[in-house]
Design a protein around this ligand. Structure first.
Ligand code: GDP
Length: 356
C-alpha cells in the first residue's frame, strides 16, 4: 500500500498530528479484515464525486481511496551516525513512498524547542543535512559492494556509475530529488533524499489566515508542496461531527482540514489518480498511477482482471451525472468501449470485462 512517512524534529507536533490521523479510523471501518499497525494512520482522499455516484446507483457504502501515513520516531542531529534511534529510524523511512516533514511554526513558551528557538529555516536545514548524510553513508557502503559485484559480473556497471554520480551530487549539499542523476540502476537502495517530499508547517491557528507569513514559509521549500495546519486544531476537528467540524474550520478561514490537504497533496505528489466503480453494493475509488493503462487499472481490483483483461466500458463522471444512469449514457453514446491500450483518465467510471 501507498505510504507516506512522517518525520520531523522532536516537539514539532508529529504525535499530535498523528493522533488525529489514527483517530480517523477509516481503515478499520472500511476494511474490517485489514490488520492495522499501531504506527499507521489513514486518511481518505476527499472526493465529492463518490457521494454523487452512490446516489445514482443507490450504493450501500462508499469506499474512498485511502492514503496511509507511518509515524517515524523523532529525528535529531546526528541521527545518521546512529545517535538516538539512528539507523532503525532510517530503515523505516527507506520503505516509504514519500516523506512528509513536519516543521514547527507555532510559538509556545511551554513547549521546548530542541535547538532552543523556533526557526523553520534552521529546522529544515538540520533534517535535510541528516537525510543527506544518511544517503551518503548508504552510497558509500553500496559502492564497495557494487565494485565487487561488477567485477564478478553479478551487477551491471551502470550501478557504479549511478552511485558515483549520486555521491558527487550529495557532496554539494543538495537532495537527490533536485538532481538529474539517473538513479534507476540503484533503485533498491531506497535513497531518502530521492523521495518526493511534502512539508507540513504546524502553525498557530491565528497564523493560518496570514497570507504573507505562509508565503514566506512556502518559499523555504519551493518547488516542493507546503501544507499549513494547526495540529492541535486537527485533533479537535477529528472529534467533532462533520457539521460542527465544518463550522470550526470555516471560523479559522480554511476550506479544507489539514488532514484532507495532506491526503490530497500526498496523492498528487506521488503522481497518483483514481478511477471509480459503482453499483448497488458499493461505490469505490481505486488508486492508479497517472498514465496507467486499462489492464493495469483492472489489476488493482484483482490480478486476474489484468491477466484476463478483454475490454473496459468507460463513462466519464460528468457524462454519467448528466445522463443519470448507465443505460441513458449508453443510449446517448457516452459509454465507450476501450481496449488494452487505453490510458485511464481521472474520474473514469469503469466496468471491466475479463476472462477467468
Ligand atoms: P512531537 O515530538 O513532534 O511528536 O511533538 P508532539 O506532538 O508531542 O508535541 C509537542 C508539544 O507541543 C505537545 O505538548 C503538544 O501539545 C504541543 N503542540 C503540538 N502541536 C501544537 C500546536 O499546533 N500549537 C501549540 N501551541 N502546541 C502544540
Amino acid at each position: 500500500a501507498l505510504t507516506i512517512a512522517i518525520v520531523g524534529l522532536p516537539n514539532v507536533g508529529k504525535s499530535t498530528l498523528f493522533n488525529a490521523l489514527t483517530k480517523n479510523q477509516v481503515l478499520a471501518a472500511n476494511y474490517p479484515f485489514a490488520t492495522i499497525e499501531p504506527n499507521v494512520g489513514v486518511v481518505n482522499l476527499p472526493d465529492a464525486r463518490l457521494a454523487a455516484l452512490a446516489e445514482i446507483f443507490g450504493s450501500e457504502r462508499i469506499l474512498p481511496a485511502p492514503v496511509s501515513f507511518v509515524d517515524i520516531a523523532g529525528i535529531v542531529k546526528g541521527a545518521s551516525e546512529g545517535e538516538g534511534l539512528g539507523n532503525k529510524f532510517l530503515a523505516n523511512i527507506r520503505e516509504a513512498d514519500a516523506i512528509a516533514q513536519v516543521v514547527r511554526g507555532f510559538t509556545d513558551e511551554d513547549v521546548v524547542h530542541v535547538d532552543g528557538k523556533v526557526d523553520a529555516a534552521s529546522d529544515l536545514e538540520t533534517i535535510n543535512t541528516e537525510l543527506i548524510l544518511a544517503d551518503l553513508q548508504t552510497l558509500e557502503k553500496a559502492e564497495a559492494r557494487f565494485e565487487k559485484e561488477v567485477k564478478g559480473k553479478k551487477a551491471d556497471p551502470s550501478t557504479l556509475v549511478a552511485v558515483k554520480a549520486a555521491r558527487e551530487w550529495l557532496d554539494t549539499g543538495k537532495p537527490l530529488s533536485a538532481s538529474t542523476v539517473d538513479l534507476e540502476p540503484i533503485r533498491e537502495l531506497g535513497l531518502l533524499t530521492a523521495k518526493p517530499f511534502i512539508y507540513v508547517f504546524n502553525i498557530d491557528e491565528g497564523v493560518l489566515g496570514d497570507k504573507a507569513k505562509l508565503d514566506e514559509l512556502a518559499a523555504l521549500v519551493a518547488p516542493a508542496h507546503a501544507i499549513f495546519l494547526d495540529a492541535k486544531l486537527e485533533s479537535e476537528l477529528i472529534d467533532l461531527d462533520p457539521a460542527d467540524a465544518a463550522e470550526l474550520l470555516e471560523s479559522t478561514g480554511q476550506e479544507e482540514s489539514g488532514l484532507d490537504q495532506l491526503a490530497r497533496i500526498g496523492f498528487d505528489t506521488l503522481g497518483l489518480q483514481t478511477y471509480l466503480t459503482a453499483g448497488p453494493k458499493e461505490t469505490r475509488a481505486w488508486t492508479i498511477p497517472k498514465g496507467a493503462k486499462a489492464p493495469q487499472a483492472a489489476g488493482v481490483i484483482h490480478t486476474d482482471f489484468e491477466k484476463g483483461f478483454i475490454k473496459a466500458e468507460v463513462i466519464g463522471f460528468e457524462d454519467l451525472v448528466e445522463t443519470g444512469s448507465i443505460a441513458e449514457a449508453r443510449a446517448k453514446g457516452k459509454a465507450r468501449i476501450e481496449g488494452k491500450d487505453y490510458v485511464m483518465q481521472d474520474g473514469d467510471v469503469v466496468e471491466f470485462r475479463f476472462n477467468v
